[in-house]
Design a protein around this ligand. Structure first.
Ligand code: GDP
Length: 662
């Protein structure tokens, strides 16, 4: 990477034996202790040793030597680069680079990353070094610039074959998404034949008389949008589930919006046809109102009336899906190296990290080397949803693989590369890049971080620990929690992970005063007494929507109640009496409202507020009373205030504490 300038090369060798001077110079150059090293770069060597001792005595020799030996004329670097590394590349001391940056008004430390091309090149110029920015590494990290769709579009059509559609179920909570998926799973010819029990791996293949379909079996919008937010698109058709007895609800609208945004074809499954009050016409009307004219009304959107409970309409639904797939002409190249998206990932006891992969192009085989976002694998096992071991899997199939270096995030893409070595190398480089990026974000956000800190003091912090069954849910939960709209509470994820809620989580919750959310998971039974003793707050949920509502409630409880004062009465002070043992009593008349002893009092002299505090006693004639109504006289003793004067006006207030909204 480092290209040295011509000044660095020694003069051309003369023929014949070396002169005494040349011998001496050569000896000096070979002395190891005098080489420029990291201590020089960081300015850690004292003047007496090393770097400075390399200088020649004669002045001309000195500058000649330094320039000749030490400074490259041009270098190529990848951004961001730390000040330390930049100095090292230019064979300079970091302090020199730091002070040069300072002259340009940039204040930084040894490990601070620089990612501005112009700044880096400017520093280079200052030291006579031309710096080019190397992007080849980035290109390599991307492996291919083509999306899966572009790759398929660029394939020779003779190599393409039809592939099953990938279907996602969306709709309002409790409208029957999970039940419909289960009904389709039960109707699966393949599993009936094999007598196999389907496991949840994130997706399954459903064989129908009209062709295969791949069904993503994690319903819900969060999981879908999390995958989409990573730029991945795994769905070909959306089944919008609407309970026919209820019609459209909030999440139905949301699902329609998501499907429209993703430009995905929709099929409406109008569910619960076995129920009283089932009214498909109402659903058609609601569809038409949103420009989704149903086929039944001469439009283009297919609908099916069904019941997940008794199986009515389920075969029609699978037929519709197969039909829609034919129209879409979904194709892929099974001969290509496999590419696709991670649907879910988890750690399996004894097998380590595993992931469910949706293969979107090509064929995945045992021993293939895969690169994920920041993990890699040499595929050890491939399993389908029945737990059957496979040697390979083709397009539109979802399989669970093991042999991974780490748990990849759901939604990240994967691609098969030449060898495991290559996969590891790319992954390591990607990791280094993302570390650098994190570093850069940290340093460049320093100013805003300080502001955030200040703001943070105004905000309540909601510390959270999330444990979920699968990575996809974990990320969907985090995303949803972060989307809770509030200016008043800051959510901090103290820890997150997959699996059971353990003692470590409970201890962490105790020290950080965090709430633990468990999603489709359990709490380790052996820690029950610890939880009771330390009052650890653990909330288990099976529906993300409910978890988010619960979090909102907890966040609301964190907010201080707002103090509201309601004016209740006005009292005029008409006389004052000194009671030797009590202080000054004001003889008053209530001129409006009803004054109560429980009220707080504010004493005004003209417009000036001269006292604010409690009413110590309220008397009618000589009796202590709780309240005095308008038009009646009373005696008022104010707690800790004896300066009350004739003509003062006492206003009384009822204080209420009301819950703030998020
Ligand atoms: P999801 O939240 O959309 O996944 O809804 P679920 O599949 O969990 O179903 C919610 C509730 O509706 C459950 O109690 C189901 O038993 C019930 N359910 C689902 N489909 C039907 C159906 O076709 N008919 C009736 N009567 N109940 C159903």
């Amino acid at each position: 990477m480092t290209e040295t300038g011509s000044r660095r090369s020694l003069p051309p060798a003369k023929k014949g034996p070396p002169t005494k001077d040349e011998e001496k110079k050569k000896r000096r150059l070979n002395e190891p202790s005098k080489h420029f090293d990291s201590r020089d770069r960081h300015g850690l060597r004292d003047d007496e040793e090393g770097f400075h001792r390399r200088k020649f005595k004669s002045h001309t020799h000195k500058s000649h030597f330094e320039e000749e030996i030490l400074r490259p004329k041009s270098i190529a670097v990848t951004l961001p680069i730390s000040v330390k590394d930049l100095a090292s590349e230019m064979k300079l001391k970091a302090v020199d680079v730091i002070s040069k940056l300072l002259t340009h008004g940039i204040k930084c430390m040894l490990n601070d990353p620089l990612d501005d091309e112009v700044v880096v090149q400017l520093v280079g110029q200052d030291f006579g070094c031309e710096i080019t920015i190397d992007t080849s590494k980035q290109d390599r990290l991307d492996i291919t610039g083509k999306s899966i769709l572009e790759e398929i579009a660029g394939t020779d059509p003779s190599q393409l074959v039809l592939r099953p559609p990938v279907v996602t179920f969306m709709g309002h909570v409790d409208h029957g998404k999970t039940s419909l998926i289960d009904a389709l799973r039960k109707s699966n010819l393949a599993s009936k034949e094999a007598g196999a029990i389907t496991q949840h791996i994130g997706a399954f293949s459903c064989q129908t008389p009209n062709g295969d379909i791949t069904i993503l079996d994690t319903p819900g919008h969060e999981a879908f949008t999390t995958i989409r937010s990573r730029g991945a698109s795994v769905t070909d058709i959306v089944v919008l589930v609407v309970a026919g007895d209820e019609g459209f609800k909030v999440q139905t609208e949301e699902a329609i919006r998501i499907a429209k945004e993703a430009k995905l074809p929709m099929i409406f499954a109008i569910n619960k046809m076995d129920k009283e009050g089932f009214d498909p016409e109402k659903v058609y009307r609601q569809m038409s109102d949103r420009d989704l004219l149903p086929e039944a009304w001469g439009g283009e959107i297919p609908t099916v009336n069904c019941s997940a409970l008794n199986g009515q309409g389920i075969s029609e639904l699978s037929e519709l899906l197969a039909l829609q797939s034919e129209i879409l002409e979904l194709k892929a190249n099974p001969e290509s190296r496999a590419r696709g998206t991670v649907l879910e990932s988890q750690i399996i006891k004894g097998l380590g990290p595993s992931a469910t992969l949706l293969i979107q192009n090509g064929t995945l085989r045992i021993s293939d080397a895969i690169v994920f976002g920041e993990a890699y694998a040499r595929v050890k096992t491939i399993q389908d949803e029945h737990g059957k071991q496979l040697k390979s899997a083709g397009p539109s199939h979802a399989v669970r693989v093991t042999g991974l270096s780490d748990v990849p995030s759901s939604g990240s893409d994967f691609i098969v590369v030449k060898s495991e070595k290559e996969a590891r190398k790319i992954t390591e480089q990607r990791e280094a890049e993302s570390r650098k990026n994190r570093l850069r974000k940290q340093s460049f956000n320093l100013g805003s971080m300080l502001q955030a800190n200040a703001a943070r003091q105004e905000k309540k912090i909601f510390n959270v620990i999330v444990k979920a069954d699968v990575q996809g849910s974990l990320e969907a939960i985090k995303d949803s929690l972060l989307k809770i709209p509030t200016q008043k509470v800051l959510i901090q994820f103290v820890s997150e992970g997959l699996g059971m809620i353990t003692l470590t989580d409970a201890e962490l919750a105790m020290t950080s005063n965090a709430v633990i959310f468990g999603f489709h998971t359990k709490t380790d039974k052996t820690i029950e007494s610890f939880i009771r003793t330390h009052k650890i707050s653990i909330h288990h949920h099976d529906v993300i929507y409910h978890l988010v509502d619960d979090a909102k409630e907890l966040m609301t409880q964190l907010l201080d109640k707002l103090r509201v004062e309601n004016e209740m009465a006005e009292i005029e002070v008409r006389a004052t009496f000194k009671a030797s043992n009590l202080g000054v009593i004001a003889g008053c008349m209530v001129t409006s409202g009803t004054a109560k002893r429980s009220h707080i009092a504010k004493v005004y002299r003209g417009t000036e507020l001269v006292f604010e505090g409690e009413i110590q006693s309220l008397k009618r004639v000589k009796e202590d009373v709780k309240e005095v109504q308008k038009g009646l006289e009373c005696g008022v003793l104010l707690k800790g205030f004896n300066d009350v004067q004739v003509g003062d006006v006492i206003k009384t207030f009822e204080v209420q504490y009301i819950q703030q909204e998020l």
